[in-house]
Design a protein around this ligand. Structure first.
Ligand code: NAP
Length: 443
């Protein structure tokens, strides 16, 4: 048997992901050692409560509540506690003590990423975070390494499994948002407090991480435009299907040029969007995640799989462990996170996309022409209009009304917002039922 020198691994957290990481490290230690060329010794697991039940059999003697002492003796520190503090403090301590660090903590990276990356660069250590976006799906390493020689133009990501499950159920089962959320909670896809998922906070954190990496530019979380799915109705999902679309909560990260100022920059946004039924993202069902990416040379690529789950996410963490361990064996400085492009972050008003607007209008002659004029006055070109008599399902008929579904050509957010405001004030429009962006069509 080959004798390897041991690398000391400290694990912070033994919850859904941490317990699986511990178990895989203990079970597959020998095989991993052969791949790495060094033994991987799990020297301790920091938790809050030594007596809490654990889903996998972590030997009791490995558990400790003294995270700091554990960190100080480690070559590699894996943070799977979640939250901002003390996770941030522990990772800084680990980097300062010369360890490479691994985290799955998107909330921490989206808010304190630059500080952590800077520290890692200064001390010549490496910070790995494959599991922070898309759970088991390899997306960080493809962006950081495989596509490092290419130029990424756009990323469309389904990066939150809970909301994808809810929207998928509304689509396939005809559930209301409340019914679909209740089902997601029962199946353990949604937390008791689902705000972070359904209001788009979780997806926005991932969008900030993806955009920063893809565009070599720090994209702060507070500059990511965010809308959740709470206003999406069963009727909108149905009417989207009738028009050949599915509703998805998308993280959209793109390079763009502001049409007014000519400034070239990047933007990151999270909102529900209509995706054509024929687009690969439309086939992402249940709680799965997918990242669809358009690059200059590579063209379109899609990464698809389980976006969460203890064992699935542990796979991505273990991949980082192997990378970190190999670096320890080979030596050399860490590779710094690249933010060299430092592009301006453009606001949502710079975005140019297509829209679908559903209106309830008075059912009188000439109304259609009036509405079309109103769009063109704001420089928004109408691509298609479908009309049906009566209000949308679920809305009471007050007087003779018709429903118009208007698809636009590309327009700026600003022009669209002005159009919608004017529509809302128009005396022939009784209600602006819905305004949704359309993504994933030929631009
Ligand atoms: P979790 O089940 O809540 O587990 C958290 C663990 O951290 C628990 O073992 C807890 O100890 C420990 N912990 C919390 N605060 C601590 C402290 N101050 N000192 C020491 N230990 C502490 O969390 P999780 O679902 O495994 O998620 C871990 C991280 O992975 C998060 O950043 C999450 O966003 C990310 N992530 C999770 C998934 C997923 O599917 N769950 C997917 C992708 C990414 P006790 O057990 O004693 O309470």
């Amino acid at each position: 048997m080959i004798e390897y020198r041991n690398l000391r691994i400290a694990l912070l957290g033994a919850g859904a992901v941490g317990a699986q990481v511990a178990s895989l490290l203990l079970e597959h230690g020998e095989e991993l050692a052969s791949r790495v060329g060094a033994g991987l010794e799990l020297v301790g697991v920091a938790v809050r409560d030594l007596d809490a039940p654990r889903s996998t059999g972590i030997p009791r003697e490995l558990l400790t509540t003294d995270a700091r002492s554990l960190i100080l003796g480690a070559d590699i520190v894996i943070e799977l506690m979640g939250g901002i503090e003390p996770a941030r403090e522990y990772l800084m301590l680990a980097l300062n003590s010369g360890a490479d660090v691994i985290t799955a903590n998107k909330a921490l990276l989206a808010t304190h990423g630059p500080e952590l990356f800077e520290e890692a660069e200064q001390v010549g250590a490496q910070l790995y975070y494959e599991a922070a976006v898309g759970g088991a799906i390899p997306i960080i390493r493809p962006l950081r390494d495989s596509l490092a020689g290419d130029r990424v133009h756009r990323i469309l990501g389904i990066v939150n499994g809970t909301t994808n499950y809810i929207l998928d159920r509304m689509d396939l089962e005809g559930d209301s948002l409340e019914e679909a959320l209740a089902a997601a909670t029962e199946l353990g896809y949604a937390e008791a407090d689902p705000t972070a998922d359904i209001e788009g906070y979780d997806a926005a954190q991932k969008a900030a991480i993806l955009a920063s990496l893809a565009f070599h530019t720090t994209v702060p979380l507070d500059l990511v435009h965010r809308e959740g799915i709470t206003s999406i109705t069963r009727e909108q999902v149905r009417s989207a299907r009738r028009a050949g679309f599915v509703v998805k909560l998308l993280a959209v990260c793109e390079r763009l040029t502001d049409p007014e100022t000519g400034i070239e920059g990047v933007s990151a946004r999270v909102h529900p969007a209509l995706v054509p039924e024929t687009h690969p993202l439309a086939a992402v069902h249940g709680a799965n995640n997918a990242v669809f990416l358009e690059a200059e040379a590579a063209g379109s690529l899609m990464f698809y799989g389980a976006g969460a789950g203890g064992i699935q996410t542990a796979s991505a963490v273990l991949g980082d462990v192997v990378s970190a361990a190999r670096r320890h064996v080979i030596g050399g400085p860490g590779v710094a996170e690249s933010t060299h492009a430092d592009l301006p972050i453009l606001p949502i008003s710079s975005v140019v996309t297509r829209y679908q607007i559903t209106l309830e209008v008075l059912d009188r002659p000439g109304v259609l022409a009036q509405i079309a004029t109103l769009f063109s006055e704001h420089g928004v070109s109408v691509e298609a209009v479908t009309q049906s008599v009566g209000p949308e399902a679920g809305h009471a008929r007050t007087e003779a009304t018709a429903t118009l579904v208007i698809g636009t050509h590309q327009a700026t957010e600003g022009a669209l917002a002005d159009t919608v405001a004017t529509l809302g004030a128009s005396d022939v429009v009784t209600r602006v039922t819905s305004v949704l962006r359309v993504e994933g069509t030929q631009q």
